[in-house]
Ligand binder design. Sequence first.
Ligand code: NDP
Length: 287
Amino acid sequence: MTASSTSSASDARYAVIGNPIAHSKSPNIHAAFAAGLGQQIHYDRRLCPLGDFAADLERFRNEGGVGANVTVPFKRDAFAIAREASLRAQQAGAANFLAWRGDHWYCDNTDGAGLVRDIEGNLGFSLKGKRVLLLGAGGAARGVIGPLLLREPTAIVVVNRTQANADAIVAPYLATHPVSALPASDLLAQGQRFDCVINATSASLAGALPLPDGAAVFAPGALAYDMMYGKVPTIFMAWAAQHGAARIADGLGMLVEQAAESYVQWRGVQPVTAPIIARMRAELAAS
Ligand code: NDP
């Protein structure tokens, strides 16, 4: 019997692989999914030595590993190692999801689906016909731009500290989709406003804003979304609240939804996410 055919058995092993990894909430999220569904899964954290991803994945496979989530800094390695990749992983050039398919690894990138499900499903904000400002052009921005475009916004404008990186992530879509990459100064000079502003930079980690402080980018009713999350609103969320955003959200829902997208692909059943997001929110507040 192949390992993949045993993936619903309780001996199937899953893991999140990264470096560092101790902070990862993925094991808790997957344990909560399994408990909610009356399933049992074995899901660990794996600290992978830098430069050792291929060998570590092989060790994991030999231990019975059939599925992995992959986080910083190995998402590109995961994509490179997989013999089969989803379209969205190909678009991102990076993968946060691996599933063993009998004799090879299949990879996917579930970040975009997680973001879209949180914005449209959990927050009830339809992206269709909306103008979207995507701040950042790193791995997360690259992973979500394709899935965002599938929701048919009228425009996605990418603004990033390093213009060349913004140019690179819109390049595959320029001929076919309403995307552009602009320096922040041009965007502000043109007075462009957006219905949805997504912070996909890691600026909040450094207590920095991804746009100049006085920038006026929010259209009436706009949603400001920071992919980062924490115990208190991020600096971006606080700034957005003061500068005209009607709704503010952080990335906790995205985190849970991208995990759910993994779970359903591995296990064939859709976990219920709302109570888990609520519980994690309460735990964060109490921490
Ligand atoms: P990367 O390191 O790949 O990219 C970082 C991005 O942030 C780049 O565009 C970089 O610009 C920009 N940036 C960094 N510092 C600053 C700053 N001080 N001012 C302005 N721009 C800055 O990171 P990721 O794309 O992987 O992650 C980005 C964020 O998204 C992180 O906070 C991460 O935690 C979060 N995330 C959340 C997820 C969730 O499920 N909620 C999932 C994935 C990511 P430049 O190109 O100029 O270097």
